[in-house]
Design a binder for this molecule. Structure first.
Ligand SMILES: C[S@@+](CC[C@H](N)C(=O)[O-])C[C@H]1O[C@@H](n2cnc3c(N)ncnc32)[C@H](O)[C@@H]1O
Length: 413
């Protein structure tokens, strides 16, 4: 059989899609075990799988409208057609390349069916849209929690490329960088830039900045400036640790993942910062002293990062969210005991689920300490009790933000 150009990347994309939808892994996690691909094909496989997951419900509706046969959700035929349509809609791949790389993937399966459905849809012409439905269960959950406008905003955001946010230790540096590199600064020490290639941007090697979504930079801004001894409890890969170190706190950064801690160490080396690193499980570690402040950026469903990691929408099932909430409550309970009297716990999650955000903060037994004027950028409007919820739709005209929750809580007794 003649060699089909680009087939390796499509075969790998099929593996990634299968890993996410059937085994519940992340795209990056599954991509780490892809073998024998050139860097370009590796990147293409991730891009195809990502585009497919961004647009899956709409693509499935197109497939169902083009055949009377009910293709099972996890059938190879459906998977292969999904990948082909995502390339057409999201990556503008030419039709001949779609078809020639789709058919060999069916390997002894229903090639005629795949050819037929794909041919029908390509002849009809695919709708051009600048939004995509999310999985129905997610839309229902978010509509109930946040209202329809938020769901509509999320539908628009999921198909846009998020911009690149850089954090700086020093605000003058950030402002100068924004001017020199055509960026905009939406908060102190922040620059948003159009480029997506991190290592090509000036200043990366010298550690002038680190990549951090603007929403993810907000929780550390709530650590009081006069807190001397600060514990960063779930710290790796360290975006918030670097903010805390840059602000002059004495930082202890703890994480249970060795590989993520290694990335944190690398980040600290690149940005020339020093903190105390602890490799431990926060559920059995015991500190030797109490802290003025603790930042608890807890592990969560990460549904707020759906723009960069669309697979989170398929991984975050209600049971997973409930298990996370349980774990988060345990982290909060332990962290509370490690605070000095009057000490502050900043609790945050990059989740759009109330159970992991508001509900955990509400049941902490701690008082809420609302953000003071100037601590957070003006576009952030805390809820009446002082909690901060960042939803899809905020700053949409400037490129949007990840979804986030944060609350500053005080140990009173
Ligand atoms: C949301 S991420 C933290 C992101 C980090 N704060 C930042 O800004 O770069 C959550 C972290 O919690 C860590 N983690 C999960 N379970 C843990 C545990 N039991 N003890 C300590 N760390 C844990 C994970 O390894 C992960 O690095």
């Amino acid at each position: 059989m003649p060699r089909v150009e680009g087939l390796g990347a499509r075969r790998a994309a099929l593996q990634l899609l299968d890993a996410v939808l059937r085994r519940g892994t992340t795209i990056d996690g599954a991509a780490a075990s892809l073998k024998g691909l050139s860097p370009a094909d590796h990147g293409l496989a991730i891009a195809i799988a990502g585009e497919t997951l961004r647009r899956l419900p709409g693509i499935d509706a197109l497939i169902d409208g083009a055949t009377r046969q009910k293709l099972p959700d996890d059938s190879k035929a459906r998977m292969v057609i999904r990948l082909a349509l995502a390339q057409k809609i999201g990556l503008e791949t030419p039709d001949h390349a779609l078809v020639s790389t789709a058919l060999p993937l069916v390997d002894g399966g229903p090639r005629r069916l795949v050819h037929g459905v794909l041919g029908t849809l390509l002849r009809r012409g695919l709708p051009v849209t600048d939004e995509a439905q999310l999985p129905r269960a997610v839309e229902e959950r978010w509509r109930n929690a946040w209202g329809d406008e938020v769901v509509q905003a999320a539908r628009r955001q999921i198909v846009r490329r998020p911009s690149l946010d850089l954090s700086f230790a020093d605000d003058r540096e950030a402002q100068a960088y924004a001017t020199d590199h055509n960026g905009i600064s939406l908060a102190p020490r922040h620059v948003r830039i159009a480029s997506t290639s991190v290592s090509d941007l000036p200043g990366f090697g010298e550690g002038r900045w680190w990549v951090q979504d603007l929403a993810a930079s907000l929780p550390a801004r709530l650590i009081p400036a006069d807190a001397t001894d600060v514990l960063d409890l779930c710290a790796a890969p360290g975006g918030k640790t670097m903010q805390l170190a840059a602000a002059g706190h004495r930082v202890t950064a703890l994480d249970s993942s060795k590989s993520r801690l290694a990335r944190l160490r690398e980040n600290l080396g690149r940005t020339h910062m020093t903190v105390d690193l602890v490799h431990a499980d926060a559920l059995d570690w015991e500190p030797s002293r109490e802290y003025d402040a603790i930042l608890l950026d807890a592990p969560c469903s990460a549904t707020g990062t759906f723009r960069r990691h669309p697979e989170v929408l398929y991984r975050a099932r209600p049971r997973v969210i409930a298990e996370n909430a349980d774990l988060q409550a345990q982290f909060v309970e332990r962290a509370t005991k490690w605070l000095k009297r009057g000490g502050v716990l900043v609790y945050s999650v990059c989740s759009l689920e109330r159970e992991e955000g508001e509900a955990v903060a509400d049941s902490s037994g701690l008082h809420s300490d609302p953000p003071k004027t100037g601590e957070l950028p003006d576009f952030v409007e805390p809820a009446p009790g002082g909690q901060v919820r960042i939803l899809p739709g905020l700053l949409e005209d400037k490129g949007g933000l990840d979804g986030f929750f944060m609350a500053r809580l005080v140990r009173g007794d």
